[in-house]
Ligand binder design. Structure first.
Ligand SMILES: C[S@@+](CC[C@H](N)C(=O)[O-])C[C@H]1O[C@@H](n2cnc3c(N)ncnc32)[C@H](O)[C@@H]1O
Length: 213
């Protein structure tokens, strides 16, 4: 059983090679060349099974999209979606990004999406949260002035923490709601797998959208 799972994983990777960025650090400063028709590049960190990033790429052909997912068994699902739907403006980084500036030059990205990231509830793990100020300082470097950082979570404590971190980094949300699905931005919202699960269970979704100065 186990052997068959490994084989099918290898097969999927082989069939989806065109969507995989094999040496993402080497693309630093040249990301537009990783796509067939270069356009401004948006990144999602922690894409999970890829519902959000695939739909965003299909909905916005005027941008290129990078899915970043460190869990290799999960990132396979992104590849399958991208290949099945032949999404040309999407590529996968199958690594955990910790220091964004090792992957991207200053101002190289149009925007960063962080959706339902792991909350790391223990205080001693706070530095691992994707909205920790050390991470935010990295995002501020690699996103162009006027670009965006967008954040969604079901976790109220993580959202409160993140708002404090935004403030500490001089980032002021242009859009802020604790109930995204009842907000003016509901119509344009693209759901993630976790978002569907939590909102289906009755949880309201927190959302902050920041435009970089
Ligand atoms: C809770 S899941 C949410 C998945 C998806 N965004 C959603 O909303 O359905 C968080 C995902 O982020 C991935 N992840 C966490 N830290 C990461 C990092 N630094 N770089 C890449 N992926 C990361 C995890 O492997 C996990 O699959």
């Amino acid at each position: 059983m186990r052997q068959r799972a490994v084989k099918s994983r290898e097969e999927i990777i082989k069939n989806c090679e065109a969507w995989i960025i094999k040496e993402p650090r080497a693309c630093r400063g040249h990301w537009r060349e990783a796509f067939p028709a270069p356009r401004p590049v948006c990144l999602e960190i922690g894409s999970g099974k890829g519902r959000f990033i695939c739909e965003m790429a299909e909905k916005h052909p005027e941008y290129d999209f990078l899915a970043c997912e460190g869990g290799t068994n999960i990132s396979i699902r992104i590849l399958q979606k991208a290949a099945e739907r032949q999404i040309q403006n999407l590529r996968l980084i199958s690594e955990y990004i910790i220091k964004a500036s090792e992957y991207f030059e200053d101002g190289e990205l149009e925007g960063i999406f962080i959706n339902f990231c792991d909350p790391w509830p223990k205080a001693r793990h706070a530095h691992r949260r994707l909205t920790h100020r050390l991470m935010l300082e990295e995002y501020k470097r690699v996103v162009r002035p006027g670009g965006c950082i967008a954040f969604k979570t079901d976790n109220d404590e993580l959202f409160d923490f993140s708002l404090g971190e935004f403030e500490a980094c001089g980032l002021v949300p242009a859009r802020l709601t604790r109930d995204l699905h009842s907000s003016p931005w509901a119509e344009e919202n693209v759901m993630t797998e976790y978002e569907e699960k939590f909102s289906g269970a009755g949880k309201t979704i927190n959302y902050a959208y920041i435009e970089l100065p």
